[in-house]
Design a protein around this ligand. Sequence first.
Ligand SMILES: [Fe+2]
Ligand SMILES: [Fe+2]
Length: 170
Amino acid sequence: MEPSVIAEYFGDKEYMECVKDIFDSPVFQSLDNYIQHGTTTCKDHCIQVSYLGYKLSRRFGGNWRSAARAGLLHDLFLYDWHTHARETGKHFHGFTHPRTAYNNAQAYFGLSWEEGDIILRHMWPLTPIPPATKAGFAVTCADKICSTVETAARVKRWVLMCFLAQPAGR
Ligand SMILES: [Fe+2]
Ligand SMILES: [Fe+2]
């Protein structure tokens, strides 16, 4: 993650007070062991979605506490989705992981009704039911934006590698 982004959320006292218990938990830290998109870990992805969802909620009037906490927990599915189907025979990660993340988040942290709704609906419109609140829309939008940026960074690196691998003079 960019150092400037880390400095910004660590320096945001209200944000950190709201999410500190999640940050400090071993189960959240374990998200560092899984890649989400490109070279971005699930932990960094969840932090970025949480912080952008929190900022959007502050700007547009949603419950920023729910956005910050549910954003951190929205992908708490705790497996490597790149190999999951091959190892378990369970396909459709895109459709099923919100429920898995919800169950894990409920078990480890307990969830408010809104936090639960945000996690369960964050894949909308891939899943049919949209979030019920402004904070839910903020996290859903933040997830799409962060996923696109993370994937685009990987494509950019791949294109650069292809060009840099060309022998000189060609
Ligand atoms: Fe997700
Ligand atoms: Fe996500």
